[in-house]
Design a protein. Structure first.
Length: 49
């Protein structure tokens, strides 16, 4: 089985922090390292108005 490493970049939003925690739990559960994950909070068009 190939080892995978993940580079995690987040934008500091609350949802990004939750995604970071989830990603870390997944890596521990499957005994892998993270490869690439970028999380950014994009506002919907209704929030931009």
């Amino acid at each position: 089985m190939a080892k995978v490493e993940v580079l995690l970049a987040i934008d500091g939003s609350e949802s990004a922090k939750k995604a970071e925690i989830a990603a870390l739990k997944i890596t521990k559960s499957y005994n892998i390292r993270m490869a690439a994950l970028y999380v950014v909070n994009v506002p919907s068009t209704s929030e931009q108005a």
